[in-house]
Write a protein that binds this ligand. Structure first.
Ligand SMILES: O=C(O)C(=O)C[C@]1(C(=O)O)C=C[C@@H](O)C=C1
Length: 373
């Protein structure tokens, strides 16, 4: 006889469902065989690249593969499902050619780590770093092949430290990716009582300013080097709470006390993928590309307007224009500009040449395929 300790018997599985599962199993075996054939082809490509001495990771090729599949997807698979599936397949194939070492702001569980995994797939060697400066240093020193750095958030604006380092770094941008950033209040136990401090990266404290002011108005906001570091600290001290991802909460054994506390539900962060141009050439044109620059002009009326005329004249569109003080005390600025297109396109090359002539300082930060979702 059933008692409260005996679980109810599992429902009988309908024969139609079993038949469908058999078909899924057979297809999965076919898919596995096909993915293995694909992996064999990637290995053969890898052998040719080794002989030629050329690099394995080709962001423009990966973007074209995904774009091509999305354009011909007959459904019912949703178009948004294509990119994550094929990124993982290409990540696994790439890892058979060579390991991809990726530096990002750690520790485990940061949004930078999530961006790195989203862009390169999970078959990578993770190189977590203590700061954004360290990501640039580690990549420049060759201890990582690529670095992933945040550049801009839809609520808080630019990530000033990354933009400042771009001025002087020898590294080059070869890709971009962006992430919906959902912040959660995390704690060792599930309560809002007796909290001493909220530990998070200054950007996250800013992105949750409204929620913190409404719910924890008298609690100290303690800036730390990353949200995952805040989660690590909250894991050690029950009086501390963190603002971080659910992944970071799982990593450090924390409860989600309040989910989705960011002020803007569409809160997004954009990341740049950087590498050493001496070890990795710039991507070729993919058909949907972006070129990032930083420039400055003489401090005279109309100089900024004049500088942008070549873009208009050559029909090159600008998708981003950001200014940062030059710290000269003279009200001078650096302008971070993204233009659509690749310098292989003569219109873009001519416009950039004219722009260079109009500027006191001109640096190409990189040219790369636009993010494919
Ligand atoms: O086509 C190549 O060059 C490959 O190395 C193959 C492949 C792939 O799996 O499709 C893998 C790595 C590159 O980044 C691009 C594509």
């Amino acid at each position: 006889m059933a008692d409260s300790l005996t679980p109810p018997p599992a429902p009988v599985i309908a024969p139609e469902l079993l038949a469908l599962r058999d078909q899924i199993d057979a297809l999965d075996r076919e898919l596995l065989a096909m993915i293995n054939r694909r992996a064999g082809l990637a290995q053969a490509v890898g052998e040719i690249k080794k002989k030629e001495g050329s690099v394995v990771f080709r962001p423009e090729r990966e973007a074209q593969v995904i774009d091509g599949l999305k354009a011909t997807n007959p459904g019912p698979l949703k178009p948004d499902s294509i990119a994550p599936i094929w990124r993982e397949i290409m990540s696994a194939c790439r890892s058979l050619e060579t390991p991809t070492r990726v530096a990002y702001l750690g520790p485990a569980g940061t949004f930078s780590e999530e961006a790195a995994l989203g862009y390169f797939g999970s078959s990578i060697v993770r190189v977590p770093c203590a700061s954004i400066d360290d990501v640039f240093r580690t990549t420049a020193a060759g201890a990582a092949d690529f670095g992933v750095v945040p550049v801009e958030n839809s609520t808080e604006g630019v990530v000033a430290r990354s933009l400042d380092i771009f001025l002087t770094t020898p590294l080059f941008i070869i890709g971009e990716t962006s992430l919906f950033v959902r912040h959660n209040l995390l704690r060792k136990h599930n309560s809002l009582e007796g909290i001493e401090a909220v530990c998070a990266h200054p950007q996250a404290l800013g992105q949750c300013h409204g929620w913190l002011s409404a719910h924890l108005p008298h609690v100290e906001r303690r800036p730390v080097s990353s949200n995952a570091e805040g989660a690590r600290m909250a894991g050690l001290d029950p009086a501390l709470v963190a603002i971080a991802s659910v992944r970071a909460g799982n990593e450090y054994g924390l409860h989600v006390v309040s989910p989705a506390i960011q002020d803007d539900v569409r809160n997004r962060t954009r990341f740049a993928i950087v590498t050493d141009p001496l070890r990795h050439p710039a991507p070729r044109a993919s058909g949907h590309d972006c070129t990032s620059l930083v420039v400055s002009v003489a401090n005279r009326p109309g100089a900024v307007h004049d500088m942008l005329i070549p873009l208009k004249e050559h029909g090159v569109s600008m998708s981003r224009f950001e200014s940062r003080p030059a710290r000269s005390g003279q009200w001078e600025y650096y302008f971070y500009i993204d233009v659509q297109g690749h310098p292989d396109d003569p219109r873009v090359a001519t416009a950039l040449q004219a722009l260079r002539q109009a500027c006191a300082f001109f640096k190409v930060l990189g040219t790369y395929p636009l993010d494919v979702h």
